[in-house]
Design a binder for this molecule. Structure first.
Ligand SMILES: Cc1cc2nc3c(=O)[nH]c(=O)nc-3n(C[C@H](O)[C@H](O)[C@H](O)COP(=O)(O)OP(=O)(O)OC[C@H]3O[C@@H](n4cnc5c(N)ncnc54)[C@H](O)[C@@H]3O)c2cc1C
Length: 362
């Protein structure tokens, strides 16, 4: 059977890329080993246009957010199910200093679209401790990631376009026309393996930093289900009085086991946001495909033009993947250039080092 593309991996990256390629009229086969603890399946699904304690507008927010809005709206229409919900994000100031930092920042250009309000005194919400106030951020929201993946998986399976199994690298052959994999042929193969790209002989030279994260799902009936809260952790509504609370960051423990320490950290941080009771129902862990410079890793292999990679979504896959999938699929069709900041070619020197190392091993 001949395809235009084989996509390996059906997490957020592979699912959004393969849907985008299909929408462009390409025949796409997906190969994915189902993994309940994949980063995408444990993710809280948050999209937040304001990054970190320094109150910076997140990288390329003006490009990523409209593309994400359009993509998830179209997917919602396609499946007749609202998967992405716009919600205000209440970022609570931890200290007066934080409040001051924000007051200095907010006068600068380009913020108006993203801020719904600034509170210098606690807003009167009984479930929330916010003595120094906070900001209400607009244009963010949350995606039901696992539901989205389930719907896309079911659609692909029904059309025989998904092999739910591990991709066996030793079955891959590179040909003059593209690739052969077992009895299948395709013009091009894209790897979207998340952190597991560290085992991929063609792309293991890329500087992925597998970063473990833990998240809780809690029942908290007093919380406002229409708002996302943030102070050291995110509290993201997922329906029926439940919220995902996350996440931890750990570079030293590359496994998907939830830990007691992770649970305590998240519960303590949640207690600092709310004095009202909550009950932990689930505790999950996964590994993010983070990158040294916090930018995605996208592009065609420097030597084998039949292969490419779409990876490095770090902790912002929900926000970045729709725009990047659009740009990459246009680039693969020769219609656009990838942004320099996301190209894997920025790490070409690592590829040459890798080749040198391989040669000395022989
Ligand atoms: C605790 C936690 C919370 C997070 N919260 C958020 C959030 O709120 N918002 C946000 O934007 N991001 C969040 N993230 C980050 C987000 O999860 C990632 O950016 C995104 O999911 C990465 O998607 P991916 O498809 O690249 O990787 P993955 O989700 O890891 O998917 C890779 C897929 O490829 C498959 N695969 C790999 N190798 C093979 C192979 N050889 N053969 C077959 N299949 C293979 C895997 O089984 C998997 O299905 C969070 C991450 C964690 C860990």
């Amino acid at each position: 059977m001949k395809y235009d593309f084989i996509v390996v991996g059906h997490g957020l990256a592979g699912a959004i890329l393969s849907y985008t390629l299909r929408k462009r009229g390409h025949r796409v086969l997906v190969i994915d080993e189902p993994r309940p603890s994949s980063a995408s399946r444990v993710a809280a699904g948050l999209l937040n246009p304001v990054a970190g304690k320094r109150f910076a507008k997140s990288w390329l927010a003006d490009e990523f957010i409209p593309a994400a809005d359009a993509f998830y709206a179209e997917l919602g229409t396609h499946f007749g199910r609202e998967l992405y919900t716009h919600r205000p994000i209440y970022k609570i100031f931890s200290t007066i200093e934080e409040q001051n930092t924000w007051m200095a920042k907010c006068a600068s250009e380009g913020w108006q679209d993203y801020i719904l309000g600034t509170y210098t005194q606690g807003a009167s919400q009984p479930a929330v401790q916010n003595p120094h106030g906070g900001i209400l951020i607009g244009r963010g929201g949350s995606l039901l990631v696992a539901e989205m993946l389930d719907l896309l998986t079911a659609e692909l399976l029904a059309q025989n376009l998904l092999l739910p199994e591990r991709f066996e690298m030793d079955q891959l052959q590179l040909t003059g026309q593209g690739v052969r994999y077992k009895n299948l042929e395709a013009g091009h193969l894209v790897f979207c393996e998340g952190f597991q790209v560290v085992n991929n002989p063609y792309f293991k030279w890329l500087p992925i930093q597998p970063t473990k994260g833990e998240v809780l799902e809690v029942q908290a009936d007093n919380f406002n289900p229409d708002c996302i809260y943030n102070k050291a952790v995110y509290v993201v509504p997922v329906g029926a009085g439940r919220f995902r609370v996350g996440a931890t960051y750990n570079w030293r423990e590359p496994n998907e086991q939830p830990t007691e320490a992770g649970r305590q950290e998240l519960e303590e941080r949640l207690s600092q946001i709310t004095p009202t009771p909550f009950r932990t129902i689930r505790h999950l862990a996964g590994i993010r495909p983070a990158v040294r410079d916090r930018k995605p890793l996208i592009g065609v292999h420097p030597q084998f033009s039949q292969l490419s990679v779409f990876n490095g979504m770090g902790s912002k896959g929900v926000q970045m993947a729709p725009y990047l999938a659009q740009q990459f699929s246009a680039a693969l069709a020769g219609e656009a250039e990838l942004l320099p900041d996301i190209r894997i070619s920025r790490y070409l020197s690592l590829y040459y080092d890798y080749l040198k190392h391989q040669n000395t091993q022989l």
